[in-house]
Design a protein around this ligand. Structure first.
Ligand SMILES: NC(=O)c1ccc[n+]([C@@H]2O[C@H](COP(=O)([O-])OP(=O)(O)OC[C@H]3O[C@@H](n4cnc5c(N)ncnc54)[C@H](OP(=O)(O)O)[C@@H]3O)[C@@H](O)[C@H]2O)c1
Length: 330
């Protein structure tokens, strides 16, 4: 009697395991199939958006360096005139000169500090008036100098408000300024540079991660509201791209620490070219094939494990930065 119960139990549990295994395998197979379809769609349609047709000008925020500069240069190569916006007039002028030389398009520069509040937007609105803007790249962003606990950030309240102004207010206000004319012309692209940190929570850069979650949700909602009105709103979520912003975060990888790009940590130029090719193909993307693979793999991991991984990576980077700082002081 007892042994037949045990036998049935054994049979039942192996049936449960088999069913569970089947469900997990089907889930993984479906995810992989879905991503293969996305990759195939990308291979067929990559680069199909004609930015010139959307409008003769593109506006790129945070474009004197890093990813923004690379977007500006790549858009210019595709025949679009460029408005560059950042804080440093000298750097902006230098990039404008490079673009005009390389691509024979017109450029304009707008000097603005997005960490300030609403007061800067009237001047930006005035300086953009009359331009046929087909593409807006909301790229400007600010991160922590290195990972820190929320309460340990120096001058934290002022720092967090600045970060929110740069990462959140700028995206909202620039879209509000530029999109009405796009809607009137029934065409335009708003490209918002979020971050993988706006998809998974990244502790120790808490306010940055939360600000990028705003950018992610903002982009997805705008896409739903305005797709039928001819607007492409793309949310781009890079993992690591080798720029000034990421240098303090690259201390765990010897190659990238020296500013050398790699497959998973590309240069801004490689990244921006791939990401621009994905406009009109994918509204919600990591922007570059290796980051899309990275996102697919990480997306299959349990949420708890991702949290543990991001926390321990943040801790490691934090410690190395603190050690470097104390060595410098000595
Ligand atoms: N690099 C990455 O691995 C990575 C990963 C995920 C997401 N992202 C996102 O990608 C975007 C670009 O990052 P990045 O790595 O290229 O940064 P970056 O190399 O530090 O460049 C930032 C650009 O923004 C400008 N800028 C900074 N603060 C500004 C302010 N207050 N007002 C106006 N302009 C300002 C800078 O020029 P000035 O200093 O002359 O003003 C520069 O042109 C950001 O939104 C970032 O969050 C980057």
């Amino acid at each position: 009697m007892e042994s037949s119960v045990m036998k049935n139990l054994g049979k039942d549990s192996s049936a449960y395991f088999a069913t569970f295994g089947f469900v997990v395998a089907s889930y993984v197979a479906l995810k992989v199939a879905f991503n293969i379809i996305k990759i195939l769609k990308f291979l067929v349609f990559a680069g199909s958006t004609n930015f010139k047709k959307l409008g003769s000008w593109a506006v790129v925020t945070g474009s004197s360096d890093g990813i923004g500069k690379a977007y500006a240069k790549e858009l210019a190569k595709r025949g679009v005139n460029i408005v560059l916006i950042s804080r440093s007039e000298a750097k902006l002028q230098e990039v404008a000169n490079e673009i005009e030389k390389e691509s024979k398009v017109q450029t304009r520069i707008v000097v603005a500090d997005f960490s300030k509040g609403l007061e800067l937007y009237d001047s930006i609105r005035d300086q953009l008036a009359g331009l046929e803007i087909g593409t807006l790249v909301n790229n400007v962003g600010m991160n922590y100098p290195f990972p820190s606990y929320f309460l340990d950030v120096a001058d934290r309240e002022e720092f967090f408000m600045k970060l929110i102004n740069v990462n959140v207010t700028s995206v909202t206000m620039m879209t509000s300024i530029v999109m009405p004319a796009m809607v009137e012309r029934k065409k335009g692209a708003v490209i918002n540079i979020s971050s993988a940190g706006g998809l998974h929570p990244f502790p120790l850069i808490t306010v940055y991660s939360a600000s990028k979650a705003y950018v992610t949700f903002f982009s997805r909602c705008i896409q739903s509201e305005y797709k039928s009105k001819g607007i492409i709103c793309q949310c781009v979520m890079p993992y690591t791209v080798v720029t000034n912003m990421t240098m303090p975060f690259l201390v765990t990888t010897k190659r990238s620490e020296k500013g050398k790009p790699s497959l998973l940590k590309p240069s801004p130029t490689t990244y921006a070219k791939a990401a621009l090719d994905s406009v009109g193909v994918s509204d919600f993307t990591h922007g570059y094939w290796a980051h899309n693979v990275q996102g697919t793999v990480i997306g299959m991991l349990p949420e708890g494990y991702i949290k543990m991984m991001t926390m321990s990576l943040g801790e490691k980077i934090r410690k190395i930065n603190l050690e470097k700082m104390s060595k410098k002081k000595e």
